[in-house]
Design a protein around this ligand. Structure first.
Ligand code: E4P
Length: 218
């Protein structure tokens, strides 16, 4: 499973990229708002840092304007992936943008049927929103398992990008359910490395090492 960062904070992405596997980035209008910056500048900077796909979301809701915005966003960098809402117009734009040679990410997916439609529109990625589905009484990880089964059964190449992940269990759960990628907010990515027994072990080793009186290389 590939790890993407769900953020529009360039410095945070840079810091994580130094120590964690950052194989792509996803952004959305709310994350751009949070950054307080101009969308084009943020995306260009992220694309210069990360070689993998960087999802940039259109804000238009009709096909013509989606296509117009997608054209502007796609010109920002070669690794821009156009993120489109799971609507009829979004599916139409997805098919067309993919045919024009660009990567697409169908976002706000909450059902296996929507994922099936994304695959038929040749989306490079489909983003099932795990946390938001759970917030509304659904089973987000089961949704990933269902999409995996359908995609494998019919041989669809669309990648399952687990999104809206809130806790470490969602990440391992998405991996076990067969997600191809998972996009994580920075704090969740950092949380993955932590375990109380790791901290306890480090302290115990440090205490014993101090008792040896040795210095490595000394
Ligand atoms: C993914 O592409 C979305 O930007 C993101 O995962 C949404 O997460 P949220 O439900 O925590 O806002």
């Amino acid at each position: 499973m590939q790890f993407f960062i769900d953020s529009a904070e360039v410095e945070e992405i840079r810091a994580l990229n130094a120590c964690m596997p950052v194989e792509g980035v996803t952004t959305n209008p709310s994350l751009i708002l949070k950054s307080g910056r101009k969308i084009e500048e943020v995306l260009e900077e992220i694309c210069s840092l990360i070689g993998g796909p960087v999802s940039a979301e259109v804000t238009a809701e009709d096909y013509d304007n989606m296509m117009r915005q997608a054209d502007i966003l796609a010109k920002l960098a070669d690794n821009i992936c156009i993120k489109l809402p799971m609507t009829a117009d979004g599916l139409r734009a997805c098919r067309e943008i993919t045919a024009n040679g660009h990567k697409t990410n169908m976002t706000l997916c909450f059902s296996a049927n929507q994922a099936l439609l994304a695959a038929k529109a040749n989306a490079a990625f489909v983003s099932p929103f795990i946390g938001r589905l759970i917030d509304n009484g659904g089973d987000g990880l089961q949704l990933i398992a269902d999409i995996r089964k359908i995609y494998d059964f019919y041989g669809f190449g669309t990648k399952i990008l687990a999104a809206s992940l809130r806790e470490p269990g969602h990440v391992s759960g998405a991996a076990l359910a067969g997600a191809d990628c998972a996009t994580l907010p920075p704090q969740l990515m950092r949380a993955l490395v932590q375990h109380p027994l790791t901290d306890k072990g480090i302290s115990a080793f440090a205490a014993d090492w101090a008792k040896t009186g040795q210095i490595i290389g000394g």
